[in-house]
Design a protein around this ligand. Structure first.
Ligand code: FAD
Length: 400
């Protein structure tokens, strides 16, 4: 089924495809894979202007969880988490998926009330969730500073034990290998620069490698989605911001869970290789440059040291940024657009890695049937007109 010497072919674009996916990140690749696996659609191309998974997919801090507040979000993220639980076996690739538990720390009464409410809401939705007091936090993660003398003392935490991390590159490579084996063309170095639309129906994409006719076109371009949609005359309610992260030098195993804090704003885990992986909040301005301000990193490291005084002498190895697509209610936008045959999957903002398989699953269904998958229905673009928003600012307040 797979090629002996390489993970995927490097094909020339063909003149026409049934489905063209724009963006070769995790979501584009997962969509391609599920189009073939679940719907038998293989006359499909993924067009990537750079290299596969060179965008946010390779830049994120890989936190996976499903403990979102509202029913609609819990349903789609839990669907994704269940897919993660079988994905290494299904793709026959070690994704280093590690369900080591995710703590969301509470540092003030507002955090405590929000966290407890979310634990209850999660349980009602069949999502595993626990509330820990400060002493239980210390037992679960002994290196977190729970001293009452801290500037923002830890008052408790939510814990999702099934949450954790995975190796993002492996996820992309595994999905790409399977999509390629189904005969899907993964075309790198191919930038989409415009669309041909006739009678309100998309008929082709214009690219840096020529015109490609398409029965359907599916956007999966994360931080560049609003730029692309504008080429089709659609104004999306998305803001693009840089989001930064960093890794430390390699350490012996010291942290065996994921720790996130809204109030001091940092999230920390330790990768299998040994580096501490930390993320910050978004840089406040709009930008398409994959870099951010040093002051954001400085604040993030100050926050990390408040929580983990043990890291005070650890050195930073690398920092970087990705461009995230933030929607007004901190929830994704999935579904049809006002142009027939043109679909959008965006707005995952700071938290779409965890959704990679779930997003691909529901987006593929939406494209194949030209109607939203039931789990995607609440996330349609129309909600910004009807006002039926899914406000996840509480569960997504800390970028991750
Ligand atoms: C620093 C950071 C930390 C994060 N941490 C987490 C986390 O811990 N957990 C979590 O769940 N999520 C996290 N995220 C968010 C997550 O990375 C994104 O929501 C998710 O990766 C977006 O989907 P994607 O993988 O398809 O995006 P991308 O990998 O960005 O894919 C989009 C692709 O579209 C391509 N493209 C753009 N324009 C065009 C064009 N015109 N033509 C062709 N191709 C084009 C881009 O080159 C890019 O490769 C983080 C993001 C960042 C930046």
């Amino acid at each position: 089924m797979t090629h002996p010497d390489f993970l995927w072919r490097n094909p020339e674009p063909r003149p026409s495809y049934d489905v063209v996916i724009v963006g070769g990140g995790g979501h584009g690749l997962a969509t391609a894979y599920y189009l073939a696996r679940n719907h038998g659609l293989t006359n499909v191309a993924v067009l990537e202007r750079g290299w596969l998974a060179g965008g946010n997919m390779a830049r994120n801090t890989t936190i996976i969880r499903s403990n979102y507040l509202w029913d609609e979000s819990a349903a789609i993220y839990e669907h994704s988490l269940k897919l993660w639980e079988g994905l290494s076996a299904e793709l026959d690739y070690d994704l280093q998926f590690s369900q080591r538990g995710v703590l969301n720390l509470a540092h003030n009464l507002g955090d405590v009330r929000e966290g407890r409410r979310r634990v209850n809401a999660n349980r009602l939705n069949g999502v595993d969730a626990e509330w820990l007091d400060a002493d239980e936090v210390r037992k679960f993660c002994p290196i977190v500073n729970v001293s009452p003398r801290a500037r923002y003392p830890v008052m408790g935490a939510t814990l999702q034990r099934r949450g954790g991390i995975a190796k993002h590159d492996h996820v992309a490579w595994a999905l790409a290998r399977r999509a390629d084996a189904y005969g899907i063309d993964l075309i790198q170095g191919c930038e989409v620069t415009g669309f041909e639309i006739a009678n309100n129906r998309v008929t082709a994409v214009r690219t840096s490698r020529g015109r490609i006719a398409a029965g359907k076109v599916a956007l999966a371009a994360a931080g560049h989605t609003s730029v692309l949609a504008a080429h089709a005359g659609i104004r999306l309610p998305l803001q693009s911001h840089p989001l930064q992260a960093l890794v430390s030098e390699l350490l012996e195993p010291v942290l065996d869970c994921v720790v996130m804090s809204n109030a001091v704003h940092v999230y920390v885990s330790q990768a299998h290789k040994g580096e501490l992986v930390m993320g910050a909040g978004i840089d406040a301005y709009n930008s398409y440059g994959q870099r951010g301000g040093v002051h954001v990193i400085e604040a993030q490291m100050a926050a990390a040291l408040e929580l983990f005084p043990i890291f005070s002498r650890v050195r930073v190895l690398r920092t970087w940024a990705g461009i995230v697509d933030v929607s007004p209610d901190a929830s994704p936008v999935i579904g049809r657009t006002p142009v027939d045959g043109l679909y959008v999957n965006a707005g995952w903002g700071t938290g779409g890695f965890k959704a990679t398989p779930g997003s691909g699953w529901v987006y593929a269904h939406t494209i194949a049937h030209d109607r939203p998958h039931p789990l995607a229905e609440p996330f349609a673009l129309e909600r910004f007109g009807t006002g039926a928003l899914i406000d996840e600012h509480g569960a997504a307040a800390v970028a991750h």
